[in-house]
Write a protein that binds this ligand. Structure first.
Ligand SMILES: Cc1ncc(COP(=O)(O)O)c(C=O)c1O
Length: 407
């Protein structure tokens, strides 16, 4: 008799964004003439840059010619793309080898799958609030107990709240796998070099591994802030870095990401290179490589012109972020983030819960935001505004909040 993976039953409720979609749909059905302004989901909206389009088109053209056609590629990724990423890191004084870079179809799958190369008995630390993929993938794998009072047994939660500026500090207890998202989704916070160093020191001391998701790295505008964990000394011995072309090059639909697994990374008493070879084995067994067209596009994004154009995309979204911040602050809301990340974290005044405030925003101002409680216990009492969206729509949404939200 076949049985199911009962860990799935431990997962909480519906996926956050399905619930948002359902409530929004219900509202539209009852109010068909109302125009909804969506500042909820972190999905890009602006068209791809000319250079990215050129790269993707060149990739397609190659497939139409017998001399340049390619089928399956190197599972680890196109070597030219990996070499371009080595150069990309070199500009930050980080030296990597092409063998340490794994091209993928995005940061979500890598951040969910990476746990599979580690033992089931590892103690996992996550931030609260959290990008839920890190948590749910470990729940499904069986690394947690039941969900009690808003928390999974067996997980160590690093609380991020107003007191610590929504920035985690290393756990007081010993843990083995630590997930960090920097710049942070959902709070929009960003870590300083010293704050990140504290985690690297902790990981080295405890022989733990840090899974560092830096999908929003290019949104960091202050040069003194680290964009990669490998800017911190010793990080190659204890950290895996996951990144994506989604948020800085608009590849959310194209799909392309990459993960760095340093040769020097060791856990327990594994030999140098072992973790890198485990991820290589996992990927070659369960993945057949990223789309060759998408990889061609990414190579173009990494060109000087491509990077310059992507900068404009980021500036566009960050201009939205400052419009949102300005408008919400003017109304007296306490807000965080939005400086080095395209997310604004709003503290709900009074006693309304995140979902109550979500409903209020939707029904009174026709604006969709994301309830903070969907990201963890510490997110209760907050909502997340996303700066991804059209500028005109963002301005309209802010006007509507100013004019219609009953405060
Ligand atoms: C922190 C973080 N990591 C990863 C992803 C997913 O990235 P990708 O589109 O590359 O799968 C997201 C998407 O919202 C994210 O916020």
């Amino acid at each position: 008799m076949a049985t199911i993976n009962k860990n799935y039953d431990k997962l909480q409720g519906t996926y956050l964004f399905s619930e948002i979609a359902k409530r929004t749909k219900d509202f539209i059905e009852k109010n068909p003439r109302v125009k909804i302004m969506r500042l909820g989901i972190g999905d890009t909206t602006e068209p791809l840059t000319p250079t990215a389009i050129g790269g993707l088109e060149a990739g397609i053209q190659k497939l139409g010619n017998i001399k340049t056609y390619t089928g399956y590629g190197d599972t680890q990724g196109n070597i030219a793309l990996r070499a371009a990423l080595v150069d990309f890191y070199k500009k930050r004084n980080i030296s990597l080898d092409v063998q340490e870079i794994f091209i993928s179809d995005g940061a979500k799958s890598d951040s969910a799958n990476i746990q599979s190369i580690f033992g089931i008995d590892n103690i996992v630390a996550i931030t609260d609030p959290v990008y839920t993929v890190y948590l749910d993938s470990n729940v499904i794998a069986g690394r947690t107990g039941e969900f009690v009072n808003g928390k999974y047994k067996g997980i160590v939660y690093m609380e991020c709240n107003e007191t610590n500026g929504f920035t985690p500090v290393p756990p007081k207890v010993k843990t083995d796998i630590i997930y960090l998202c920097n710049p942070n989704n959902p709070t929009g916070s960003v870590m300083t070099r010293d704050q990140l160093k504290a985690f690297v020191d902790y990981a080295l001391k405890n022989k733990a591994v840090i899974i560092f998701d830096t999908a929003y790295a290019e949104y960091i505008s202050d040069k003194s802030l680290p964009k990669s964990i490998y800017e911190i000394e010793g990080a190659k011995k204890c950290a895996i870095e996951i990144n994506s072309f989604s948020k800085w090059a608009g590849f959310t639909g194209v799909r392309l990401g990459f993960t760095v697994v340093p040769i020097d990374l060791v856990v327990e008493d594994t030999q140098v290179g072992k973790i890198n070879s485990l991820w290589q084995r996992r990927q070659s067994t369960m993945f057949n490589g990223a789309s060759n067209i998408a990889q061609h596009g990414a190579l173009a994004v990494l060109s000087l012109r491509g990077q310059k154009e992507s900068r404009k995309l980021i500036d566009y979204y960050m201009n939205n972020a400052s419009l949102i911040k300005k408008s919400l602050s003017k109304l007296g809301f306490k807000i965080f983030g939005g400086e080095h990340a395209p997310y604004i974290w709003l503290k709900i005044p009074g006693k309304l819960s995140s979902w109550e405030f979500f409903d209020k925003l939707l029904t009174e101002a026709h604006v969709v935001a994301t309830p903070g409680s969907g990201f963890g216990l510490q997110g209760e009492g907050y909502v997340r505004f996303s700066a991804f969206g059209d500028k005109t729509m963002t301005l309209k949404a802010m006007k509507s909040i100013e004019n219609n939200l009953k405060l």
